[in-house]
Write a protein that binds this ligand. Structure first.
Ligand code: SME
Length: 159
């Protein structure tokens, strides 16, 4: 029998935790999560992180990702990623073409989910952005699975 979506998230979450155990580099952790999540779900068209730029905290700058070319910078407050960076809450966008201000890095994207990532200090460090070419590709199972992975991602990283 094939795995359910929550089961896949549980398995991938454990794989990510095992690979990053003891790793103090945030970049290495982001890269591991982007790779293993992208490998786990065929419909993840773009999977990656936009990081709060410490030198320009009004902008997100692209971090490790898997997929087609991503925009390099997103002003905080713009697009789906920028909205999550303001509100610190996960956003599921079933149809990006209906989202006011959506930033289209690749016109093949039709839906997306963006999840905030907090550092050990409780400050917003990044957002995880997953895009799909399918409309309505993401639901509450994705939110629960990705939030659980993001909640643990930066534990053990020195800020
Ligand atoms: N769609 C995002 C921009 C990032 S890319 O799609 C990789 C947004 O509107 O925030």
């Amino acid at each position: 029998m094939s795995e359910t979506k929550p089961e896949i998230y549980t398995r991938v979450g454990k794989e990510i935790a095992a690979v990053i155990d003891g790793e103090t580099s945030a970049v290495a952790r982001y890269a591991t999560a982007a790779c293993l999540l992208s490998e786990a779900f065929e419909h993840f068209f773009w999977t990656g992180f936009y990081l709060v730029d410490p030198l320009k905290p009004t902008e997100l700058v692209v971090g490790p990702y898997q997929g087609t070319l991503g925009c390099l910078r997103i002003p905080i407050g713009r697009g789906v990623c920028g909205a999550v960076a303001v509100d610190h809450k996960t956003l599921i966008v079933k149809d990006v073409h209906a989202f006011d201000g959506h930033i289209a890095c690749d016109s093949r994207t039709n839906s997306e989910i963006v999840v905030p990532v907090f550092g050990a200090d409780g400050q917003l460090a990044a957002v995880l952005d997953v895009d799909s070419t399918q409309v309505s590709a993401f639901d509450g199972d994705d939110q629960n699975g990705l939030e659980a992975i993001c909640a643990r991602l930066l534990h053990g990283v020195q800020s």
